[in-house]
Design a binder for this molecule. Structure first.
Ligand code: UDX
Length: 437
């Protein structure tokens, strides 16, 4: 099929490459000329395992091109809208500027029979509104909502072999023309047994908001348990293992630590609350306010733990923060708890050095006042305390004896509960976890 992908950020660049991998002819379109130049040269403008190889592989076939010229959407059968919906400045609601602008810019190039497919995470009601816009311009074109569930760091795999496809179409009817078109787009994964559900627009939009809210709630639940564990001397990691063995609960997303961040969960739960408020259903989502509050409290709690570790004051303490990205295998620092904690420590008088395998460039743009050192051993040199805040494999595998020879004082806070406390203590370290005795 001929496909255009509008918006080539985390979602769109991966989607474009994966659609070409599935055998389609794809044009990726973005207003950012630098991003387009990078992608056209086979470079991913962000770190995502496997993406660069995939870009090179599919570009060699001639099935994938990139452009900033929207008129190249002309002639495609399917147009995916993959632009961002960030949090509005000073408000909880999602900023719909990019989705609206992308759809508007696409209108002149639509033909009868074309399918516009929204993948961005949007407030419920958006699909119906955009469908009206599309049909007012080209009555023979359709719009479907097909939310994306990819995780950064696993984006290629999640796009090629997702857990499920959700198609939102008017009335939620299996017989709607868009269903057959999307089945053709995703023929390969569907053939491999991936489930697909057809729903009405509102349900499809809500699936994404509900899924992210559930994940955020699971993380904040275990972080709330970590607070109780800290008050009682219990161990939240053992607690999580034990409740996780109940398959109604499950162990995934029960890792207590410094909390969730990134470009999705924090802003998505806030936008969901804002939208529910507009719809008069705000009471239903009051619990998400608590989920957000528990999550943000983790950051101040970690600063307190760091202060304790440093003997009661942060003033002049040389602290090395390992990890700046919001999670491992990503260079994304949007709303990263690690970086926010590093900045708070510095504000409270510590001398902070931050290290990360991939995200230092992005981190330095966001917090230029922090000191960044790429090499781990160099970053650890002479530290009064170490904080492991993003669980990159390199940090999980640190050897306590070797690390002990680099630092000034053997004090470490494991903000992701990934280190073996006994092993580190046996090597002479003073070590703290989150919600652990
Ligand atoms: C998330 C959703 O998982 C994905 O389905 C959706 O499409 C986009 O948002 P992503 O933002 O890539 O994906 O990250 P995710 O793996 O969900 O992690 C989010 C945050 O939660 C990270 O900061 C991570 O460190 C934290 N986390 C995750 C925990 O603190 N504990 C856990 O047990 C799991």
């Amino acid at each position: 099929m001929r496909i255009s992908v509008i918006g080539c950020g985390y979602l769109g660049a991966v989607h474009a490459a994966c659609m070409a991998k599935l055998g389609h002819d794809v044009v990726g379109i973005d207003v950012d000329e630098n991003k387009i130049a990078d992608l056209a040269a086979g470079h991913a403008p962000f770190f995502e395992p496997g993406l660069e190889n995939l870009l090179l592989e599919v570009q060699e076939t001639g099935r994938l091109t990139f452009t900033s010229d929207m008129s190249r959407a002309h002639g495609s059968d399917v147009h995916f809208i993959c632009v961002g919906t960030p949090q509005k400045k000073g408000e909880n609601a999602a900023d719909m500027t990019y989705v609206d602008a992308a759809t508007q810019a696409l209108l002149p190039y639509l033909h009868s029979g074309d399918l516009v497919v929204g993948k961005s995470t949007v407030p419920v009601g958006t699909a119906a509104r955009l469908a009206e816009m599309v049909q007012a311009h080209e009555p023979g074109a359709h719009l479907a909502w097909n939310p994306e569930f990819l995780r950064e760091g696993h984006a290629v795999k999640d796009t090629l072999t997702p857990d499920r496809f959700v198609y939102g179409v008017p009335g939620g009817s299996e017989d709607h023309a868009a269903v057959a078109v999307l089945d053709e787009v995703y023929a390969t994964p569907l053939g491999m047994g991936t489930q697909r559900l057809v729903a009405d627009y509102a349900t499809a939009e809500l699936v994404k908001a509900a899924a992210n809210s559930f994940l955020a709630t699971k993380i904040s639940f275990i972080n709330a348990m970590a607070e109780v564990c800290e008050a009682t001397g219990a161990d939240v990691t053992v607690l999580a293992d034990a409740i996780g063995l109940d398959d109604r609960i499950g162990r995934k997303f029960l890792n207590a630590g410094i909390g969730f961040g990134g470009g999705c969960l924090p802003k998505d739960i806030r936008a969901f609350m804002a939208r529910a408020g507009e719809l008069g259903a705000d009471q239903a989502l009051t619990f998400l306010r608590e989920v957000d509050a528990i999550n943000m409290r983790r950051r101040s709690r970690t600063v307190e733990l760091a202060r304790d570790l440093c003997g009661g004051t942060l003033m002049g303490q040389r602290i090395t923060v390992l990890g700046a990205a919001f999670k491992p295998d990503s260079d994304d620092v949007r709303d990263s708890p690690a970086l926010s904690i590093a900045a708070q420590l510095q504000l409270q008088g510590a001398v902070v050095t931050v290290s990360d395998p991939q995200s230092l460039g992005n981190a330095a743009r966001r917090f230029p006042e922090l000191n960044y050192v790429a090499n781990t051993a160099e970053a650890l040199n002479n530290a009064d305390a170490v904080l492991l805040l993003t669980e990159w494999k390199e940090y999980r595998d640190l050897d306590p004896f070797e690390t002990g020879t680099l630092v000034k004082q053997m004090r470490i806070l494991d903000g992701r509960n990934v280190l073996d406390l006994q092993k580190w203590r046996a090597a002479g370290w003073s070590i703290r976890g989150i919600g652990r005795p």
